[in-house]
Ligand binder design. Structure first.
Ligand code: HEC
Ligand code: HEC
Length: 492
């Protein structure tokens, strides 16, 4: 499709949202310690540290949590997205989102893979979803959630780019960063790369905006399989859509396939941005942050272990605190990491032993294939509603949160519990990344900074507690505000 028709409307996506959306912790790079992040928050939002929820080197024992009651002693006022009736364009987008007749097979809509009932995760337990004109093609990765993308910045590599920056030559930036990284790795030091990949959509950040993204599934032969812009446009130029497009965009639109499809994608974006269900913030944790709910003892211990650099250190990457300006945490720093999750033998593409999905450096993403320092890196996903997923990580290798926790806890200290052995009995460490690239795997950030044989970072109870805490990130604890209540919400 012509880039021009996309470019004109690209600016309307996330870039129009308020600019105060940078996570406070973007400066905390490698060797991510959630403590540092949390101290930043303490200054900004008034004292989780003081409440004993975040503990540093001399971590007090469980019994000394200053706040056994489970109440947030320092409630914050969250800046939530506005709740208002959907615009006409968003209402059109909503119809498109659920309309299976727009797919090549006639059986698949966006919601087939991104179901609102499951936090916009897939509604089934399949590792990859069926699609294509005959629904006999399988995708390459598990679909991520579509929720909580409203603050996602375009993909970039760098210390701290402004959201308004136009993407520059990524390879040039990556190349300048790479000499730096490699030098440090050769010296065996644990220093941070100066430049970090961040932002973007998909597991590998290859789509910059929701608008650009929507073309992929609509036309992808393994997904909605519309074949061409023309096929999709002809479906949109018929009832029930014809009249709506004419009303919203003028009569000429039905004769302009590129524009017709562009506006349809724009409508899908408006739906995802405007509909509160995509960023509901109705979890128990959100209520707790605002002082409106009490966490159970297990959830409270879980929050503490989640934030504790000596235990989960989860919050170093899955940010758990509101930003300085009150934006609720999204449980991702929107950066990329190579965690070295084990290979998933059930992925169709993995039948080929030479196939490796290396995220940022391809083969699905095409523009950074020469930047081998990024091979194996995937976007840190949100943990909101994550237990409504049935498969975890970019390759869907795990099917329970307990398995995920065991991976974080054991990968470094007991790798034989995580990776299989090869034909001659050798441990197949990091077996989803070619050996020459194993240096990219994160061994700096806790809990991955331990050595084989070291003590595990988390006890069985810590793991149970963290899982209990993660359940508090499910939406639906407090009822979703109704559009008509928007005034009351705004005044809140
Ligand atoms: C056949 C299943 C399938 C269908 C149908 C589908 N998607 Fe997806 N979607 C995926 C997969 C798989 C990914 C991740 C792909 C990757 O990372 O390479 C994805 C990723 C996305 C993302 C990026 C999310 C993120 O967290 O980065 C968005 C946005 C999205 N899809 C929107 C849509 C829209 C809008 C539709 C309907 C026009 C749609 N999808 C239809 C499977 C599907
Ligand atoms: C160094 C950064 C980092 C730390 C620390 C970290 N994560 Fe992650 N997390 C990631 C990245 C990156 C991914 C995606 C990796 C992939 O798919 O290859 C991920 C994926 C996940 C997933 C799967 C989500 C999904 O949609 O499939 C869960 C669950 C999760 N992390 C929970 C945790 C918990 C709990 C902790 C603490 C014990 C933790 N993470 C610590 C970066 C981190």
């Amino acid at each position: 499709m012509p880039a021009a028709s996309l470019g004109a409307i690209d600016a309307i996506g996330y870039t129009l949202l308020p600019s105060a959306t940078r996570p406070l912790q973007t400066f905390a790079r490698r060797r991510k310690a959630s403590l540092k992040a949390a101290i930043g928050m303490t200054v900004a939002s008034g004292g989780l540290l003081a409440a004993g929820l975040v503990n540093g080197a001399n971590a007090p024992s469980r019994s000394s949590i200053a706040n056994p009651s489970g109440v947030n002693p320092h409630p914050v006022e969250l800046t939530l997205p506005p709740v208002q009736p959907l615009s006409a364009v968003a209402l059109l987008g909503k119809q498109l989102f659920f309309d299976a007749s727009l797919s090549g097979s006639g059986r698949e809509s966006c919601a087939s893979c991104h179901s609102p009932r499951y936090g916009y995760n897939p509604p089934n337990k399949l590792t990859v979803q069926p699609g294509g004109a005959d629904m006999d093609r399988l995708g390459e990765r598990p679909p991520p959630s579509l929720a909580y993308l409203y603050r996602q910045q375009p993909f970039s590599i760098g210390p701290d780019t402004s959201p308004d920056d136009v993407t520059v030559n990524l390879n040039a930036i990556a190349a300048s960063a790479s000499t730096h990284v490699r030098a440090q790795k050769a010296a065996g030091t644990a220093q941070a790369p100066a430049m970090v990949p961040q932002g973007g959509l998909f597991w590998d950040g290859r789509a910059d905006s929701l608008q650009r993204q929507a073309f992929f599934p609509a036309l992808d032969p393994a997904e909605m399989a519309n074949g061409s812009v023309a096929t999709l446009a002809s479906a949109l130029a018929k009832p029930p859509y014809r009249q709506q497009f004419v009303q919203l965009f003028g009569p000429a639109i039905v004769n302009d396939p590129d524009r017709l499809v562009s506006e349809a994608m724009f409508a899908l974006v408006r739906y995802q941005i405007e509909d509160p269900s995509f960023h509901a913030f109705t979890s128990k944790y959100d209520a707790w942050l605002q002082g409106k709910a009490t966490l159970s003892a297990a959830e409270m211990r879980g929050l503490k272990a989640f934030n504790d650099p000596q235990k989960g250190n989860c919050a170093a990457c899955h940010l758990s605190q509101a930003t300085a300006d009150g934006l609720p945490p999204l449980f991702t720093d929107t950066q990329y990491e190579a965690l070295g999750v084990p290979r998933n033998p059930h992925l169709p593409a993995n039948k080929n032993a030479k196939h490796f999905d290396l995220g940022l450096c391809g083969p699905i993403r095409k523009d950074l294939t020469s930047q081998t320092q990024y091979c194996g890196m995937f976007l840190t996903p949100t943990l909101r509603n994550v237990d409504r997923r049935a498969v975890f990580f970019h390759n869907g290798v795990y099917t329970t949160l307990k398995q995920v926790m065991d991976f974080y806890n054991l990968r470094s200290v007991q790798p034989d519990k995580i990776y299989p052995r090869d034909a001659i009995g050798k441990l197949a460490l990091y077996n989803d990344i070619p050996e020459a690239l194993h240096g990219n795997v994160d061994t700096k950030d806790a809990p991955f900074d331990r050595k084989v044989g070291d003590k595990r970072a988390m006890s069985d109870l810590d793991i149970q507690d963290i899982i209990a805490f993660v359940h508090t990130l499910d939406d639906g604890y407090t009822p979703m505000p109704k559009p008509s209540e928007s005034d009351a919400v705004g005044a809140n």
